[in-house]
Design a protein. Sequence first.
Length: 331
Amino acid sequence: MKTLFSGVQPSGIPTIGNYIGAYKQFVELQDEYDSYFCIVDQHAITVPQDRLKLRENSRALAAIYLASGLNPDKISLFIQSEVSAHAKAAWMLQCTSYIGELERMTQFKDKARKQNQRDGISVGLLTYPALMAGDILLYNADVVPVGEDQTQHIEFTRNIAERFNTKYNDIFTLPEIKLPAVGGRIMSLNEPVKKMSKSDDNQKSFITLLDDPNQAAKKIRSAVTDSDTEIKFDKENKPGISNLLTIYSSLTDKTIGQLTEEYKDSSYGDFKKDLGEVVKEFLIDFQERYNYYLNSEELDEILDAGRDKAARKADKMVEKMERAMGLGRKR
Ligand code: ATP
Ligand code: MG
């Protein structure tokens, strides 16, 4: 069986963009792969976090993974900082990475710009891709289901793996990226040329999976649309309505073609009202499952079992990496 790895940061409550770009794929793939799903809290601290909030978000994220439909009997769900192999791998891979290539990462450039206006930029924000490469390579993952924004980081992971394999020892599998067919990049609701992000400062730009369903419908109704009135999919010229069509299609079983046909004589207002209802119904069902998991004793047991299974695999790989680089004594 091939292996799958994917992570989400507990940097806030996941948005419907994260659901469509990431969680929805996870559920579809869990039967086909030996799957590792990680709550990447060490990635979250590359920018400042409130300590209590971070812990709360990590737990919430675990319940969100499960509410999305992951089956804890099949997959391994765990928190990154609880498996020490991740930090060890990150250091070895940082020593295999070059500053220049890390500085070229668009996520670094975007987040650094934002951080610079606040508290300064941490070294961790720059070396983030090396930690992420370690996350993936530790499990010999064949596929990594992510949204489009992660393409550059996966490419970096492949480069680093290849470099390590050539320079030290051929131990890593080169992972393939797996993007969703529709919804790999859900855009901000008020600035549809920017990706929707859970750490955005503007609450109107995103809908989280835990938003009040009525408020969420309202956010959809007030989402920015384009100047003419036609409901048509055209990312370049009509980013607002195209984004809403993508969200609609991803949360229902209707294709974008079916939707544009169905709404060809409707106004933006009618379309947004219906999509608001779709989002509202989706959130009501989702939150029911979420609340069940968040309040169940099962949650900690699932995270403990996930940690133990992940550590067994990751520790072996860390040993191989250390051996390849000559760290420690001969065992
Ligand atoms: P942050 O702003 O803190 O980076 P984020 O919303 O980008 O948060 P991540 O935890 O970085 O969320 O990413 C989790 C997963 O969700 C990744 O697979 C990422 O590619 C995917 N993803 C993030 N944003 C979107 C989006 N707007 N559309 C589709 N997928 C997305
Ligand atoms: Mg992100």
